[in-house]
Design a protein around this ligand. Structure first.
Ligand SMILES: [Zn+2]
Length: 328
């Protein structure tokens, strides 16, 4: 579908067109105007197949960029993603109220701070130079270090108490989220000369915080496949349990430790993640006396529903039988 000549497609013009969604700062630019003076289309280009922005560090959700891309001026569609992101971010920022704009900027700064404040690399260098014997973080990772062993225990405890516990109390109450009382904190490294991927597993935690500290990498996606109790840890997954997540430096994932997951191979570059396994002694004690975990185990829940179905069917049959007897 060609939209040539529509106001929304014009790259220049005497007046900004209202209702177009974009107001131009200076509309009297020459034909080869810089990107910032180009306009969005009025009607999206439905034939255009937009890029995927999931792996980029963005100020807005990647899906917003994918959707907005269909409204880009035709000349921009073939541009590198980075240029398109720059243009679309400018537009999105222009339309945010002031408070919101500050929030986006603050988020951006905060992400950067998270990445630069955790001087993991220097830390590991120091460990190697000092010929410290690093305790490896878990049975599955060869590279990385336990942070609690290097004076970060108190800081991580505070992180758990002040941030993770309040959030987990709301989202993961059924696995002891409100009573988290100990942790195991470590960093893991992936990429060239490091671990490549991490097999499918559950964590020895009630709630896990996984922060991506950088740097430049591709691959390394997390794949989640449903939460399971000890008994059902090896059962199959259901289609609605399939969830994949791409890491963004400075962003974190919080999930149940029993949420089965793995990390795909980091195919290039170098990825560092901070893991904080949070545990609840109360939950672990109570678990010993429990048999039904249908409040959080996908398989226990499925079995419970199946039992209910069978019992309902049996009751129905019994009622029909009685009805048949009484009318006979
Ligand atoms: Zn179960």
């Amino acid at each position: 579908m060609s939209l040539d000549g529509r106001p929304g497609d014009r790259l220049e013009g005497p007046l900004p067109v209202t209702g177009n969604g974009v107001v131009l700062e200076d509309s009297n630019r020459p034909a080869l105007a810089p990107m910032s003076s180009q306009r969005l289309r009025l009607i999206p280009n439905k034939d255009h197949n937009p890029d995927n922005y999931d792996d980029m560090e963005l100020d807005f959700s990647p899906s917003i960029f994918t959707s907005l891309e269909r409204f880009l001026p035709p000349s921009m569609l073939g541009m590198p993603r980075h240029d398109k992101v720059k243009f679309m971010t400018e537009i999105l920022l222009k339309y945010l109220p002031h408070g919101e704009r500050n929030r986006v900027q603050k988020h951006r700064d905060y992400r950067q701070k998270i990445i630069s404040n955790y001087q993991v690399e220097n830390f590991e260098k120091w460990v190697n130079e000092a010929k410290f014997r690093i305790m490896r973080p878990n049975t599955m990772n060869k590279y990385g270090a336990v942070l609690d062993d290097f004076g970060l225990e108190t800081m991580l405890d505070k992180l758990m108490e002040n941030f993770i516990r309040p959030i987990s109390k709301v989202f993961f109450a059924e696995v002891g989220g409100s009573t988290l009382d100990s942790h195991h904190g470590f960093v893991v490294e992936y990429g060239e000369d490091r671990d490549a991927d991490l097999g499918f597993h559950v964590d020895d935690s009630e709630v896990t915080l996984n922060v991506c500290l950088g740097k430049q990498f591709s691959g390394g996606e997390l794949f989640f496949r449903g939460t399971r109790c000890d008994k059902h840890v090896n059962s199959g997954s259901h289609s609605e349990e399939i969830f994949d997540y791409s890491h963004v430096p400075g962003c974190a994932v919080l999930h149940r430790g029993r949420h089965r997951h793995g990390a795909r191979a980091t195919t290039s570059g170098h990825r560092i993640n901070l893991l904080l396994w949070c545990r609840s002694s109360v939950f672990r004690e109570m678990k010993k006396y429990q048999k039904d975990f249908s409040s959080w185990c996908g398989e226990c829940l499925r079995e419970k529903k199946e039992r209910q179905c069978i019992s309902i069917r049996a009751t129905k049959r019994e009622l029909l039988r009685r009805e048949g007897e009484s009318t006979a």
